[in-house]
Design a protein around this ligand. Sequence first.
Ligand code: FAD
Length: 404
Amino acid sequence: VESVVIAGAGQAGLQVAASLRQEGFQGAITLIGDEPGLPYQRPPLSKAYLLGKIGLANMHFRPASFFEEQRVTLLHDSVQAIDRTNRRVTLASGGALDYGHLVLAVGAHNRLLPVPGAELDGVFGVKTLADADALAPRLAHVKNAVVVGAGFIGLEFAAVASALGVHVHVLELGDRPMARAVSKEMSDAFSAAHQSWGVHLDFRQGLTRIDGDNGRVCAVETTDGRRLPADLVVFGIGVIPNVKLAVEAGLDVDNGIKVDANLLTQDPAISAIGDVASFPSHFVERHIRLESVQNAMDQARTVAARLMGKTAPYAALPWFWTDQRDLKLQIVGLNDGYDDTVVLRGKAAYQMTVLCFRRGQLVAVETLNRPADHMVARKLLGRSCQLTPREAGAEGFELKAYEL
Ligand code: FAD
């Protein structure tokens, strides 16, 4: 391959460019991103950046000099269409670009609130730097915030806002927080923590509409008919992969752009990675999509290596983290279909490790404020692990000791 064009200059796209150069790729690399400025990390948007603890400079993946030194052409433009026959993408600015290989790293967009009033001033998602920059200054003046969705982003926002003295009310359709990703035991620990911070958690509850006053949000109505005062509404109800380009180019799409174990679409000149890619998981034996920094980076490395002739199926161990005030949750593995857990409690109040088993096999480990256990768990899950629930449940069992 002589030239690589990367659509999307986020976590995955930037990493493909960086890894290609690390691997010694000499050809042209063009990174096309439709957001202004240098490519940046998203995780702080709902955490330290929102809290004002870190600035934008700390969120850039690489300084401006990187692009020059590494001969990576960064275009602020939007890929509009893919002409697979001629291996060419067309851009919103009117230009076109030929590719030897095309990497689709276009991410996902927020699912919007499907209720009247969602367009009012004061209703926010947290996906982009622009979102966080619009949201952060409001926090100083807000009294009541309603959060829709008790997933990672909703809870991270609730942690920040409550720390700033905002009264936060969380509406969640499910019956526990972060239910899609963590065990019941871990959900319970986060419920307790948020309650201790004064966050009101309202489960099995959605909203039917948002009310405005002069175009600005002033209240929401819950599914059971209550009216909650709100001068801010923040929603985190999931994302939709950006598949339009792929669909229009005739590529297979099924909850994301469908790729094979090597992260190739059915077109051998097009790969897809990161939040937008639906790939056959080494761990759960079906196609999945993961929204994590780890997945974006490791998939990028897999594709860069393949383009340099080192083809290997993507089999990286999934891991993830979330920070909410003084709670750091780290997850390794996928707890899909887990049927048994063993909880190891630490000395401090919010210190615990949850081992998740599926049919007797350890499939995921969640650690709360126990980074050492997380590192051990990564090693354990990285090779075939024989630990049984019985062993783990024995009096005095420690993950660290098991590894030795
Ligand atoms: P993105 O980083 O979203 O990049 C895709 C880029 O492509 C975007 O800039 C988009 O605008 C651009 N684009 C889309 N279409 C086009 C087009 N046609 N042409 C050109 N450009 C286009 N993960 C964790 O592991 N831990 C965390 O704590 C964590 N916290 C997060 C907090 C927030 C607020 C958010 C939003 C995400 C968080 N994530 C976290 C998830 C993580 O950031 C994503 O999984 C990761 O950014 C995915 O990388 P990506 O490159 O696939 O997509």
